[in-house]
Ligand binder design. Structure first.
Ligand SMILES: Cc1cc2nc3c(=O)[nH]c(=O)nc-3n(C[C@H](O)[C@H](O)[C@H](O)COP(=O)(O)O)c2cc1C
Length: 455
């Protein structure tokens, strides 16, 4: 696919920004991006927080920039693992890449030590995105053919994560019709092509083929997560537990860490929404580019949601709200004098039900944390609370649910049940947001911003 220079690109602040030069390259007929990126993206606030980036390094003179790329990716918040081809190690040492990434570098497909820990399939699953930079002509040819004869090419084939390559080569190699044909094949198969840039090359020639700079690689990698599926919409998310005070030092709460709700808020922000997160007490930092309102009790959370529900297009109730609170909060610390202590509890307001009862109601998504009969309980909650979608998960199991980093969700709505595999909470949140976007736009076709973009 040739790039249509008239279509919108990433918006960069200055016309001299290197990425804007890609427009010129495009108008000269070079392949620039896999697709024009139709997102409003602010490069000043590039964030890869909680993103797992697998950086592949291949045998190009530009490999010397890979250490810088790792540093920039990490500065943007990413966790980076590096895989090098044999040729790459002739240009930059694995030791350097290990030092800058903070993790051992993987080089061999058949690595007994690594296979007992994180094997190549696990590494492929681990990645949120795979970036090969620099990508040699040879490597792109291999991926275009679906070959898997070393660790990196095998990972590219085995990973379901989005793949981007940043070509780096002599201009003749880049202009060669075989390379261009391979690039076209990669693009046709959804591989993003970052660059190349044009200018003076290591070989002394001038032309297209220079790898784009690490800062721009980071910006473009971050843009891979910007789906644009919820552009123009307001998304209200609740997360974390609530604390219901018994006395000044004790409370009733639950084991919610807030990780799932925060991941949902981040994924909605990446999908282009304006996101407000109403959070109970957690140890988590507020997600970037999200308005975060901190509350403590269920009633405070209820009030914060009520104040914002009228402008929300989508509501996601991921908070584990305490159903009950002590009828009275003691002014002073209760002393350990009696053998037994009666605590009278009263019902807290039902935030989810109140949002779905609002007129007009947003698209309402509830979470159900269950310890058994997951689907039956989810269907019951879907009906009882009259919500559009329930994301249900089993809690009390090792490795999934409360406090864990992974989650195993089932999504239940009137159309049926979709089971997601065990995923990191960040990935599960992105899947959930995609599911919500599809359902939301099916329900509100006139408001589909992606369709509006395409007109
Ligand atoms: C000094 C030197 C510089 C090279 N630079 C590049 C380059 O920038 N881009 C490229 O595609 N190949 C370059 N090559 C050729 C690749 O290293 C060669 O095709 C190698 O097989 C690539 O292996 P890989 O794709 O498995 O990493 C260079 C070779 C040498 C000796």
């Amino acid at each position: 696919m040739r790039l249509n220079p008239a279509k919108p690109f990433l918006r960069y602040p200055s016309p001299s920004h290197p990425a804007n030069r890609t427009r010129e390259l495009a108008s000269e007929g070079h392949y620039v991006f896999a697709e024009p990126l139709q997102v409003h993206f602010n490069p000043i606030m590039v964030s890869l927080t909680n993103k797992r980036i697998l950086l592949g390094v291949t045998g190009s003179i530009a490999a010397y920039k890979s250490a810088e790329t790792v540093r920039r990716l990490r500065e943007a918040g990413a966790e980076v693992r590096v895989v090098m081809t044999r040729a790459a190690t002739e240009f930059i040492t694995a030791l350097t890449m290990q030092a800058v990434s903070g993790h051992p570098v993987r080089q061999h497909l058949l690595d007994e030590q690594a296979e007992s820990g994180m094997g190549h399939i696990e590494l492929a699953r681990w990645a949120d995105a795979v970036l090969v930079a620099p990508a040699s002509a040879n490597f792109m040819a291999k991926v275009a053919q679906g070959r898997a004869d070393d660790l990196l090419s095998t990972l590219c084939l085995a990973s379901g994560a989005p793949l981007a390559v940043a070509p780096a080569m002599n201009r003749q190699m880049w202009d060669n019709p075989l390379t261009q044909s391979n690039v076209a094949t990669l693009q046709k198969n959804g591989v993003r092509i970052f660059g190349p840039d044009s200018g003076t090359q290591a070989c002394g020639e001038t032309g297209a083929g220079r790898m784009i700079e690490p800062n721009d690689l980071v910006t473009m990698t971050a843009a891979m997560f910007e789906t644009g599926e919820l552009v123009g919409l307001n998304v209200l998310v609740t997360a974390g537990p609530t604390w219901e005070p018994i006395d000044p030092v004790r409370m009733i709460t639950n084991r919610s860490s807030g990780k799932m709700g925060y991941a949902v808020a981040t994924a909605a922000m990446e999908a282009g929404a304006r996101v407000t997160l109403v959070s109970g007490p957690t140890a988590l930092a507020s997600p970037e580019r999200v308005e975060c309102i901190r509350v403590t009790t269920a009633r405070e959370m209820f009030d914060a949601v009520q104040a914002r529900v009228a402008t929300a297009h989508v509501f996601v109730g991921a908070a584990a709200v305490a159903d009950y609170r002590p009828a009275q909060t003691a002014v002073d610390k209760i002393k350990k004098t009696a053998d037994t202590l009666d605590l009278v509890l009263i019902r807290n307001p039902d935030i989810l039900a109140s949002v779905s009862a609002h007129t007009p109601a947003p698209f309402v998504v509830g979470f159900a944390a269950e310890t058994g009969d997951l689907e039956r309980n989810a269907v019951a909650k879907l009906r009882a609370k009259r919500v559009d979608l329930i994301a249900a998960n089993l809690v009390g199991q090792p490795g999934s649910g409360f406090e864990a980093d992974d989650n195993h969700l089932i999504l239940v709505d009137a159309a049926g049940t979709v089971e997601l595999p065990l995923l990191s909470k960040a990935k599960a949140a992105r899947e959930l947001i995609h599911h919500i976007a599809v359902r939301y736009h099916a329900k509100n076709p006139a408001e589909n911003p992606r369709l509006a973009h395409r007109q």
